[in-house]
Design a binder for this molecule. Sequence first.
Ligand code: AMP
Ligand code: MG
Length: 309
Amino acid sequence: MIVDLKKAISLIRDGDVVAIPTETVYGLAGDAKNALAVQKIFNTKGRPADNPLIVHISSIDQLHDFAESIPDDALQLADKFWPGPLTLILKRKPAVLDIVTAGLDTVAIRMPNHPIALKLIQKTGPVTAPSANRSGKPSPTNPEHIKQDYGTNLPILDGGKTDVGIESTVLDLSELPYRILRPGVISKEELSTFLGQPIERETANRKSPGTRHTHYKPTASVKWLDERQSIIKSHKTFYILHHKEFANLPENAIHFRENYQEFARLLYDLYRTADQKGFSQILIEPFTNSPSHPLIDAIINRIQHSVNK
Ligand code: AMP
Ligand code: MG
């Protein structure tokens, strides 16, 4: 059910959950300081309890309510990239609810770059807001996706289509060396150039519990296209292409022609649309010969999670 900003604020103040737009994907928001509200988020999504949530704030001051021993680098990054799609992992204050951090000694925080989300948080105070999909499904990038997962009862604050389309970059600043736990539109190179120091890319999934769980999966099976395969007209297969030219593409194919921003923006929508249209498989062109682009690491990361192994 679509609600206006005033209603969304009162629901969150009352300990309820509301799907809210951000610049990355829609989040399922609840009061970050109310354990029952946070529990409601886990229950609604069916999210495993060991997968911590990101606290969304509307002013840099609020950082100090949740984090301590904040390195100067964190403040510089916040100054430069917030509001924006960058989540910082910092040492947590003892008062932060255990349910938010899944019992870890760190907390994830970001300031979303979306006028509606910021207006809401200014009134409600910080919210935790994991992606508003049912656990395991692709993140929602418009209100229709949320209705697909929950029907019409869940309150939704409508902000149209999200701009970035994939989730924030997660950067762990809680110990050295700093590490990217989840790649996003703000790339490792951009961050390490800004900080003037190398940043590692966590690949072992040692620190971010969320990366271990099933994620971003449509009902259709997702596979990498074998580049020797031709693109055929079919009711079963939907193709996502981005680089190599193919002659006479049928309607069951989309070609991004190296527009990787658009690729990220539409990826989850294509997954869900393929399901709605009854395609049973999605074949995606691999990135072996594509040009380098800051978004490709994040796009491959999301596709790898959806690929049927
Ligand atoms: P979502 O909000 O659904 O996009 O997921 C949030 C992501 O941030 C998940 O991958 C979590 O595992 C990760 N995350 C949240 N808090 C922490 C933390 N304290 N340490 C490491 N990763 C975290
Ligand atoms: Mg998620």
